[in-house]
Design a protein around this ligand. Sequence first.
Ligand code: IDP
Ligand code: MG
Length: 138
Amino acid sequence: MSELQQTLVLVKPDGVKRNLIGEIIRRCEAKGYVVLDLKKIQPSRALLEEHYAEHVGKPFFEPLVEFMLSGDVVAIRLEGHGVIDGFRSLAGSTNPTSAAPGTIRGDLGREWGTKVVQNLVHGSDSPESAERELGLWF
Ligand code: IDP
Ligand code: MG
């Protein structure tokens, strides 16, 4: 059985611009997870470079940071038993073209021909990432 956890969810600039903040939070709450804290911010480059440190040096790193700088982001502290894997499951796989229908990325996302894939949300991928990322954003 999974323990009570918190994870960092981000609604990326594409989700904010498309007015999908409510729909994304609705799916989290409908699943039974609890929004403990939430804020809409324009992140700094320094925060984004820390947040995405694992991707430094990859070809999509700079486009990813530029994309995340292109508008407001909503940061959510989400709580529930097993929420780290559970939110990743709600979000769907990274590429929205192949993400399963029923998921946030599968139902609401698509490719737009951009250098970095725009896929609406971020979710922490492990307890270590969740602790690190929540510390950065909150
Ligand atoms: P995740 O968001 O599903 O955890 P990561 O591998 O951590 O995926 O990548 C971070 C973000 O970088 C993705 O959500 C996506 O926006 C972008 N990205 C990842 N891999 C690629 C790629 O191969 N091409 C373009 N963009 C990518
Ligand atoms: Mg990731």
